[in-house]
Every structure is written in C-alpha cells, then in structure tokens.
Design a protein around this ligand. Structure first.
Ligand code: 7RM
Length: 636
C-alpha cells in the first residue's frame, strides 16, 4: 500500500516528470496498489470536448473491499473509526476494521431487505456518527449510489436534491446534536418528502430520541431492521462487483447559476485518487490517528474521513460536535485524548479559535501532532502562522490542500515533510496533475511570476464524469470556457519559484466558512420573500468566515420596520436554502446599478460591500448613475 508514497523532494521531481511524460504508465502503477477483481483493459480514454473521460475501463472492483475486506487479515483488530461525541461526558466509541466490516455488511443487508438494488439512488441526511459512514459504505457495497446531504440544508434543498436524483430511499436519524443545538433531522425530512413521491422508504436511526412521526408503510427504525437481519443469520454481505466507471456517488455543489449541480464520481478512478492523495499528502504511516474535522456532507468528508483513510487502512476520527463546544479548547482536548497525529481542518475554524486567544490551549498536550492540514478556502498568513506556532509548535508541516468537489481529491498541495511549504500557498501540483494558467482569451500564460485563471489540461482519475441528469451542464460549466481544458473557476498566481497560490473564485460563487454558495442561489431565495422585487448578492471580506454574504435588496412593500423585514428575509433564505446561506448584511436600496442592457454591475456592488467606495471605476455606462450615490450613502 505504501508503494505510492513519494519519499524525497528529488523523487517528487522525477515522479512528476514521469507522470506528465507517461501518464498511463504512472497511473497504472498507482492503481496497482489497490485490489481489483479484474484488472483494466485500458488505463485511460478521454476527450474534454464532450467531455468523456474513462479510467481503468474494463476493470471490476468494489471500493468497500478495498476499504474493509482487504485489511481484515492484517488490521482486523485495529481501530478503523474513533468516534467522539458532541457531549464530552458521553462515551466515545471505537470500531475496529472487523467490527466496521460486520456493521457495513449488516446494514447493506438491511438495504437489500428494503428493496435497494444496484444503481438506485439513496439520500443520506444524518449527524456525524459512525452510522453515517456505515450507511455510505453499505450503499457502496451493494452498488447503490449515495447522495449525502449536509445537515445544514433546509427541507426545500433536500427535496430539490432528492427529486433531481430520483432517490428511492432516505437514511436519516431522529435528531442530532451540534454544540448546544438539537437538529430535528427526521422532521426536516418529513417536510422535504411532501414533495418527493419517488421516496418509498425512510430508515431512521435513533440518536437524540426527540419525538418523531413514523409513517406506517414508509418509515422504519434502523435498529429494528438490524434485528431482522440478525435473525436471518449470517452477517456477511458479498460485495457487488462494480465496473470501474459505474457511479459511486452524487454530491451536490453550488455554481454560478441558481440550481446546485450533482457532481458524479465513479468507482475505480475515485477510489484510486482518494487513496493516492491521502497516502501522499499526509504521508500517513500505519498506526497513526488521522482527524479530519470536515463534515461527511462535504467532499472533504467523503474523501478524507471515509474513503481515503479507510482505503489505506488508517484510523479515522469522526467528531460529532463543533470546535467551540463546550469551549474553544475542544479540538485540543480531542487531539490530547486520542493522541491525534494528523489534524486536517479549515481556515475558518483556525481563525475562529484564534479569536479566543491562547487560554484554551493551556495544559493541552499537542505533542502527538506530526502533520497539519488546511482546506476549503485560501488561508491568510496570520492564521497559517498561528496554526504553525501554537498547534504544530513549528515542527509539523502544514499542507494547504487546494482542490474541489469536482476533483475528488487534492490537486495542488505540499506533500508533508517532503516538498516545501510556503504560508498562503498551495505550492506544487501532485504528480499526475497538470495545472495551467490562462488569460481571458484562453491563451496559456507561461513562465513564473504570473497570474491568471486556473485550468487543468490533462485528466486525473478523480475528475468528475458528469453532472447528474444533465451532461450538457457539465460541459458548459467546466469544459466550454477554455478549449481542451478543465476550468476550475479559481484565480491563481504562480510566483517566481513556480509555486501556486489560489486567490479565490473568479465566478459568482462565494466561499463562506469554506462552504460554496452561489450568489444566484441566495438571490433566488431572497426574491421569494413577498416584499422583495429584486436583489443582488455579493461577498465581502469577513474576519472569521473568510467571506460574508452582503445582499442589496429592493423591497418596497415592507410590513413593519426595516429590522423586522430583514429578519423575515433571513428566515426566508433559511427556509429555502438553509442556515449556512443566511445573509450577514442586508441593505435596502431603491434600485440596483444596471447597465442600459439591464445587467447588474456587480463590480460596483462588490466594491461598496468591501467598503472601498473611493474608486468605483467607470459608472458612465449605468442607466441611472444616481442610484450609486444612494447605495454608497446607505452602505452597512
Ligand atoms: C475541498 C473543497 C472548492 C473551492 C475551490 C476554491 C476553494 C478549496 C482551497 C481553496 C484556496 C485552498 N471543495 N478552496 N481549498 N482555496 N486554498 N487550499 O473545499 O468544492 O467545496 O470548494 O474552495 O475556491 O474552487 S469545494
């Protein structure tokens, strides 16, 4: 399994060169580190025009055989999952590889008993429990396609995702705990399902034992279903033999239009890429404890809580709660308690914890930490240094990993202890990844000390294959802007040494606390409020969240005062999308700055939201330049 790991900077250069000159040979060598029921006939066939990308065609595998079965002989009694509850006084749980294997088999049999077949889509809406990982792996084991929806999404968002994928079954829990909050998960699902006739069955795990309605013929308890398969005898569930290019999962993500896209990953390529990047970036060695603080509802959780670590026989830590509960020392308590060796978190969490000062670090033993990781958004230098000084004690390399839902795994990142780090920089591409910077005309910008739009010019095994149910949308979003390239939507700088620094999105996508949110999505939600005529949403720099959501809203027929109307609009966004998209600032305006052709000039609104009203640039093409003065005067 460790044949994939690069062990020196010199080797990095050699391997990188090989990966560009002989990509098929390179990736076949990586793929040889996994268990295939049948090897591939062809490593790669591709064109970015349609697009049509196929990795390891003809190969047969099951990702859970790679994550579970193949480790049983050597690691059966070693911990696969360590689970830490929200409430520190509740007991933690440890599942060995053997126990996890048995539980996945059991629940896979539950799914089969409930009529689930290969290719069916299953929506999972659960708290951060081992059972969430079990549900995901059970789907993968029988060839069902999981679509995990993050717990912070509303009933409406869940319904949209269930309908888009035509899910047949939902897996949820009665409720969940996060900090001081009780999340009413089943109740949210009940609201969503009013709109979803495709769902015939809901499996409900007990966690919070908040009262829930259980509809006869539709809703069943997880524990009852487990009892049924237990009485049926054998806990084994043979794996479904999957084609490398069969779908593994759908994960919805925001883009510049109003409707989230269902990013599709397939079995073979995704497995290879999640495992390869996990092993290399973090330089994981057997026995280490790996703690990724992301939620399994995001791609980071899919690749670096579940599939990456388990495919490499690692011990992965799942934390149910939040960094600040019961206090801002919680992460450090967990590191201390389980002797965490690798901690992978987000800049927004680091900035939030920084704001509590060094008190929460007192008496916490962080000496187990060997590697630190950052993901989700650009990390500012102040946060980078705080992480380095106070958490890593200047001894743990920080891997600033740049990648996207669509990429499946790390793309541009330091390799811990092997390649150099640089504060604020994702640094160098992993072997197999060919980044390019392009100008507005799609011309490649060569040399160093340059910046442009970041594209990737050659496929890698973890690239998305399509957007569910709408291949044309996949082509238009990622492959049509620049010919023969995958367009990331990110701006990027390549410094004099050839190191990459991601500067942020160049499209209408915000990154709020590491969550991707489309401005059009938020505008649609705001516009659903009865008093609103139109709105424009932009991002502004926010000390903790990275970006905050600033909404300019035309709302003539208000009920009550402006403050109440603001709260009504926020409630509307919470209902339509979920709490993660709530505007931080709402400014009521009498009109939006538009060009004569009716296009909103967001550039001007962005400047005003940033507080940079001194140089708004050319406003002469505006239909009514006077609205700009009004908006400037009322800026929040
Ligand atoms: C993993 C994840 C993707 C977007 C991406 C970037 C931003 C992610 C970094 C980063 C700077 C990083 N997937 N982003 N990681 N920007 N440095 N290390 O977050 O699909 O949810 O978001 O996040 O803009 O395009 S995602």
């Amino acid at each position: 399994m460790s044949n994939m790991k690069i062990s020196s900077f010199e080797e990095y250069h050699q391997v990188y060169k090989h990966s560009v000159e002989q990509p098929e040979e390179f990736w076949a060598g990586i793929a040889d580190n996994f268990h295939w029921r049948k090897k591939w006939d062809n490593v790669l066939s591709w064109n970015f025009k349609e697009p049509n990308v196929k990795w390891f065609e003809g190969a047969k595998l099951n990702i859970t055989e790679n994550c579970l079965d193949r480790h049983l002989d050597t690691l059966g009694d070693k911990p696969a999952i360590i689970w830490e509850p929200n409430d520190p006084t509740e007991d933690h749980r440890i599942l060995t590889y053997k126990q996890l294997h048995d539980k996945v088999c059991q629940f896979a049999n539950v799914l089969k008993n409930n009529g689930v077949k290969k290719g069916d889509r299953i929506c999972i809406y659960m708290p951060m429990l081992p059972e969430l990982a079990i549900a995901v792996l059970a789907c993968a084991r029988i060839g069902a396609i999981h679509s995990v929806v993050f717990g912070g999404f509303s009933a409406q968002s869940i319904a949209d995702r269930i309908k888009d994928a035509e899910c047949a079954l939902v897996i949820t829990a009665d409720g969940g705990f996060r900090g001081t909050k009780d999340l009413p998960l089943k109740s949210v699902i009940d609201d969503a399902l009013v709109q979803c006739p495709s769902v015939k069955r809901v499996i409900v795990l007990t966690r919070s034992r908040t009262p829930v309605s259980m509809i006869k013929g539709r809703d069943v308890w997880w524990e009852d279903e487990i009892k049924k398969v237990e009485t049926q005898g054998s806990p084994v569930c043979p794996v479904e033999e999957m084609d490398a290019e069969d779908m593994l999962f759908i994960l919805y993500t925001s883009g510049s239009t109003g409707k989230p896209k269902g990013v599709v990953h397939t079995c073979g390529g995704y497995m290879v890429y999640a495992g390869y990047t996990f092993a290399n970036t973090f330089q994981y060695t057997p026995g280490e404890v790996f703690f990724c603080t992301a939620d399994i509802g995001w791609i980071t959780g899919h690749s670096y809580i579940i599939y990456g670590p388990l495919s490499q026989g690692a011990t992965t830590l799942i934390f149910e709660g939040i960094p600040t509960y019961p206090d801002a020392g919680r992460f450090w308590d967990i590191v201390d308690k389980f002797k965490v060796n690798i901690l992978y978190t987000a800049p927004t969490a680091i900035r939030s914890l920084m704001s509590f000062g060094l008190d929460p670090l007192k008496d916490k033993d962080l000496s187990s930490i060997k590697v630190l990781g950052s993901v989700g958004e650009p990390i500012n230098e102040e946060a980078w240094h705080w992480f380095d000084d106070h958490i890593g004690h200047n001894k743990a390399p920080i891997v600033d990993t740049w990648w996207q839902t669509e990429n499946g795994g790390h793309m541009i990142t330091p390799i811990a202890g092997i390649t150099p780090t640089k504060p604020g920089y994702a640094t160098l591409p992993l072997p197999g990844i060919q980044p390019v910077l392009v100008d507005e005309n799609g011309k490649e910008i060569e040399g160093n000390g340059v910046s442009g739009n970041l594209c990737i010019k050659f496929p890698w095994p973890g690239i998305l294959r399509t957007t569910y149910g709408d291949h044309e949308r996949c082509r238009l979003t990622y492959f049509a802007t620049y010919e023969n390239m995958y367009f990331t939507g990110d701006g990027c700088l390549r410094d004099e040494d050839g190191y990459y620094k991601i500067t942020g999105r160049v499209d209408d996508v915000l990154n709020v606390s590491g969550h991707r949110i489309g401005t059009a999505e938020v505008e649609n939600a705001i516009n659903m409020h009865s008093s609103v005529v139109e709105s424009a949403v932009v991002g502004y720099p926010h000390d903790i969240k990275g970006q905050g959501v600033y909404a300019f809203v035309v709302s003539p027929g208000q009920h009550g005062d402006a403050d109440l109307n603001r709260k009504d609009i926020i409630m509307t966004v919470q209902r339509i999308i979920g709490p993660i998209a709530k505007p931080d600032k709402i400014q009521f305006v009498s009109g939006l700055p538009k060009t004569r052709s009716g296009k909103i000039m967001r550039r001007i609104l962005r400047k005003i939201a940033e507080g940079d009203t001194a140089n708004l640039g050319d406003t002469s093409t505006l239909l009514d330049p006077s609205v700009v003065e009004e908006i400037k005067a009322g800026a929040l």
